[in-house]
Design a protein around this ligand. Structure first.
Ligand SMILES: [Zn+2]
Length: 162
């Protein structure tokens, strides 16, 4: 006994359907590869722009101090994270100055820039951040024996008072 509802499949049609499916998959793959290539190119442009922007800022705003020790090759750029995270993170660049001290640069969407000095707490070694506006600010926040930079933790305050 045969069912009245058994489908009739013509071989020519299934071959055609398979070819269409394969063509669609090839198109999807090509689109995905094109998007990946474009993403990598954008990230590279953001990295390079951040490194150049950071060095330009160093030479413009800190000509007598940071510009004497920081060169373009010292910067390592990072792309923005706006496409993969909810909170937008702008392109940035970091330069290592030695002594566990880093310079961080970020360029905001508004066009403003942020230069931050990250150095170890004089007492405990935890990271202390200072936003840098100019050479005067830089001089005030550089850690030294005469100018200890503390992270503000209670344990550090007790240690430095002792
Ligand atoms: Zn500390």
């Amino acid at each position: 006994m045969t069912s009245n509802y058994s489908p009739i499949v013509l071989p020519e049609l299934s071959v055609l359907a398979a070819e269409q499916r394969d063509a669609r998959l090839r198109t999807l793959k090509a689109d995905e590869e094109a998007r990946e290539t474009a993403r990598q190119a954008l990230e590279e442009r953001e990295r390079t722009a951040a490194e150049r922007g950071a060095q330009e800022m160093v030479e413009t705003v800190f000509p007598g101090t940071l510009a004497r020790v920081v060169s373009l090759e010292m910067w390592r750029g990072y792309p923005s994270l706006t496409r993969t995270f909810v909170n937008a993170v702008p392109p940035s660049a970091v330069a290592y100055l030695g002594g566990n001290t880093y310079l961080h640069y970020a360029e905001l969407e508004s066009g403003d820039w942020v230069m931050t000095l990250h150095q170890p707490c004089t007492a405990c070694g935890a990271r202390v951040e200072h936003r840098l506006w100019d050479d005067i600010e830089l001089g005030a926040c550089l850690a030294s024996d005469d100018n200890p930079q503390l992270c503000g933790a209670r344990s550090c305050e007790r240690r430095s008072a002792a």
